[in-house]
Design a binder for this molecule. Structure first.
Ligand code: GDP
Ligand code: IMO
Ligand code: MG
Length: 429
């Protein structure tokens, strides 16, 4: 029995939260290893809906959950999320939540900068979640970040704040903004320190111990491969590596820890925020997908852009991320469609491509080459076994497997936890 890594194989919102929650009953620990509260993972258990941004989705099952060093952590957002979840009856104690002492913090100045840049970018804006994710990662690699462990040494915070504020004051001045209110920032950090420190641990040791004891670790990715800062549709990406290769560096484990890489793949395509989207539909079919799939962002409430399944992109994601098998989600949203289309290549100018070239200008004018298949009249919604799926829906799944060169391990047929078909157990491989 090995570990499993769940990652999004498209532009995020593929249904990772639902699948992680489902798999968490078989795992001993769940670990977030990148991203921050830009993520929005929705779990539906009976009549209760949980919306998690920073907390690993295993927390709802009570599976011990880790926020790894690769995550950027907004301590005030963490507190608010823990309070929100507590109001739903889930108590988050240090027994169940462990936070890496080396996590860089997202501060209010990061949110300011994210918003200032977006507002100044006009049509070229990324469409970020405005949570301060990019600026926080910049300060991490710029070696200016305040980290969780700094909260345990408040007496030594001054020189760190001086260096950080000096940098931000220059940037803010460029936007005509006043300097950072350093004293207030310090007071805010002093005020939140004890709350965060209650969960802080050398999680790399816990994970090493878990590995030695043969415990099963489930890594929970945020965003998706096409939003990866190296492999995604740059610059319209997030500021972390979302690929499975990040599990080790983002948690403090070795490169083999990832185990079975389960790519979560929506049966069509969505994107929230700006950037190229070759199969985007601006007609009534796109509208129908959005309505039936309830495609509104969990974090920002923005309407998600919708389009046909793009096998070229998912094949590329599977290759760059080493995806072992996929969980195909939201196939029920396609129920009742007369025909369904799959993109199998692009036409860019007078050339055809079987991959997405890296330049933003080429990506923006890529025209999809489609293959069309009949839809199905029966329903897949709520199906829990392969035999419950209409024959034509099975053909659609099989064709996707063929085109992306990856087998299907799970199929999800509704937001509900148990409406899931197990084709082959990722933990068993
Ligand atoms: P994540 O960011 O990858 O965790 O995905 P989100 O939670 O942001 O978005 C996925 C949405 O689809 C959520 O509202 C889920 O409840 C819902 N969902 C997940 N799987 C399915 C499914 O198989 N069918 C339908 N209809 N909805 C699903
Ligand atoms: P989950 O985990 C979908 C997108 C934003 C924007 C770009 C950069 O729920 O799948 P950022 O705030 O990260 O600097 O924004 O990335 N984005 C997501 N889109 N799902 C997410 O997370 C996302 N997290 C960030 O919309 O286009
Ligand atoms: Mg989401």
């Amino acid at each position: 029995m090995g570990n499993v890594t769940v990652i999004g194989a498209q532009w995020g919102d593929e249904g990772k939260g639902k699948i992680v929650d489902w798999l968490a009953s078989r795992a001993d620990m769940v670990v977030r290893f990148q991203g921050g509260h830009n993520a929005g993972h929705t779990l539906v258990v009976g009549n209760e809906t949980y919306k998690l941004s920073l907390l690993p989705s295993g927390i709802v099952r009570g599976t011990p959950s880790v926020i790894g060093n690769g995550v950027v952590l907004d301590p005030w957002a963490l507190k608010a999320e823990i309070e929100k979840i507590a109001a739903q009856g889930l108590s988050i104690t240090p027994d169940v939540l462990m936070i890496a002492e080396t996590c860089p913090l997202i501060l209010p100045i990061h949110r300011d900068l994210d918003a200032l840049r977006e507002d100044a970018s006009g049509a070229g804006k990324i469409g970020t979640t405005r949570r301060g994710i990019g600026p926080a990662y910049e300060d991490k690699v710029g070696r200016r970040a305040i980290r969780v462990c700094d909260l345990a040494h408040l007496g030594q915070l001054d020189p760190l704040l001086d260096r950080l504020c000096a940098h931000h004051d220059h940037l803010r001045a460029g936007f005509g903004w006043p300097p950072v209110d350093r004293d207030r920032l310090k007071r805010d950090l002093e005020g939140i320190a004890d709350f965060v420190l209650a969960f802080a641990r050398p999680v790399w040791r816990d994970l090493d111990e878990a590995r030695r004891r043969g415990r099963r670790i489930l890594f929970e990715g945020a965003q998706g491969v096409l939003l990866d800062v190296d492999h995604g549709t740059y610059p319209f990406v997030t500021s972390s590596n979302t690929v499975a290769g990040t599990t080790g560096s983002g948690s403090g484990m070795g490169p083999s820890a990832a185990g079975f890489v389960l790519g979560i793949v929506k049966a069509y395509t969505t994107r929230v925020g700006s950037g190229p989207f070759p199969t985007e539909l601006s007609d009534e079919v796109g509208q129908r997908l959005g309505e039936r799939g309830h495609e509104f962002g969990t974090v920002t409430g923005r309407q998600r852009r919708c389009g046909w399944f793009d096998a070229v992109l998912v094949r590329q994601s599977a290759a760059v991320s080493g995806i072992t098998g996929i969980a195909l989600t939201k196939i029920d949203v396609l129920d009742g469609m007369e025909t369904v289309k799959i993109c199998t290549g692009y036409r860019i100018g007078d050339k055809t491509y079987d991959y997405l070239p890296p330049h933003a200008a080429d990506q923006a004018r890529a025209e999809p080459i489609y293959e069309e298949m009949p839809g199905w009249s029966g329903t897949t919604a709520g199906a829990r076994s392969w035999a419950d799926l209409p024959a034509q829906a099975i053909k659609y799944v099989r064709r996707i497997e063929e085109l992306i060169r990856c087998p299907v391990a799970l199929v999800s047929t509704s937001p509900q936890r148990d409406d899931t078909i197990l084709v082959s157990d990722p933990f068993a491989s």
